[in-house]
Design a protein around this ligand. Structure first.
Ligand SMILES: Nc1ncnc2c1ncn2[C@@H]1O[C@H](COP(=O)(O)OP(=O)(O)OP(=O)(O)O)[C@@H](O)[C@H]1O
Ligand SMILES: [Mg+2]
Length: 274
């Protein structure tokens, strides 16, 4: 069975109106139901690339979502397929109540009232925030706002969900909650992109990694990329803790081929080995 491409980017470049070249000749493929981590130092173009994916920014080059080239004509259609969760939830929440915020997109899709209510309920369920419908969005904590902002995207039922720095400014429990949400989205068949500095937190759900520095400087399967220490050093990125552990274990002559990509899972594995 051939895997479908969810996103295909060919020779995409983007220059801001002030002349700042943020993206240059990006070529990238993202496959259906895969989770791609997009990493790169500050200012490397991650957010700019994300904003090109649903036409908020329009670069030069080719960008296909499920084989449809993005154009002004199909922008509305494309935006149903690809939902972006912004880094700052305040950019996503602007209605008085959580219900209104999560219902906003389905109402705009002209769904009937009953369907809108079902969408809101399911989206809040997916982020484990069922009882928040009547809360005031602006009263919520940052972690709560983050989950509600994810629900505002899930209520559109997009095939692709893009997260910009999903774990930034979250405590350990909230980070785990976000990972659980992403794992469930994967189970539901969604395609996921995570732009992040915090690769360690998301590594266990990531299938492939692309390193961005205005252009794609590396792209490959998670294990292949994280074990290339030089890549991380060259791009001023932290080598993931799990890669440091792999290296240490390899030096101790342990076979790391089937070692899982989360520290918790590694510890669990070694516990059962003893
Ligand atoms: N509105 C803008 N006008 C001009 N230049 C911009 C604008 N927004 C971003 N840039 C520039 O584009 C480049 C890429 O920025 P971008 O925000 O995409 O990077 P990033 O990888 O998301 O960074 P971070 O990790 O800090 O979020 C940077 O040099 C930035 O200064
Ligand atoms: Mg950014």
């Amino acid at each position: 069975m051939t895997i479908q491409k969810a996103i295909e980017i060919k020779n995409l470049s983007y220059t801001y109106p002030d002349g700042n070249i943020a993206l240059k000749d990006i070529n990238l493929e993202i496959f259906e139901n895969e989770c791609l981590a997009l990493i790169g130092s500050n200012g490397s173009g991650k957010t700019t690339l994300i904003l090109n994916l649903n036409g908020i920014l329009k670069g030069k080059g080719h960008l296909k979502i499920f084989n449809k080239e993005i154009s002004d004509k199909n922008l509305k259609e494309i935006r149903k397929d690809i939902g972006i969760v912004f880094q700052n939830p305040d950019d996503q929440l602007f209605m008085p109540t959580v219900f209104d915020d999560v219902a906003f997109a389905p109402l705009n899709m002209n769904l009937d009232e009953k369907e809108v209510k079902v969408r809101v309920k399911n989206a809040l369920q997916a982020v484990d925030m069922n009882n928040y419908e009547n809360r005031f969005s602006y009263h919520l904590s940052f972690g709560e706002k983050k989950k509600i902002s994810i629900a505002t995207i899930l209520s559109m039922n997009p095939k692709i969900v893009v997260f910009d720095e999903p774990t930034a400014n979250l405590d350990a429990k909230s980070k785990k909650d976000i990972i659980k949400i992403i794992k469930n989205l994967k189970k539901d068949g969604k395609t996921i992109i995570i732009a992040t500095h915090d690769l360690d937190s998301v590594l266990e759900v990531v299938d492939r990694i692309a390193i961005l520095n205005r252009t794609i400087v590396a792209y490959g399967k998670t294990r292949e990329i994280i074990t290339n220490e030089k890549l991380f050093e060259d791009e001023n990125l932290d080598v993931p803790n799990i890669a440091i552990l792999f290296k240490t274990l390899t030096n101790l002559r342990c076979d790391c081929t089937d070692i899982p990509l989360s520290l918790d899972a590694v510890l669990e594995k070694f516990k059962t080995r003893r």
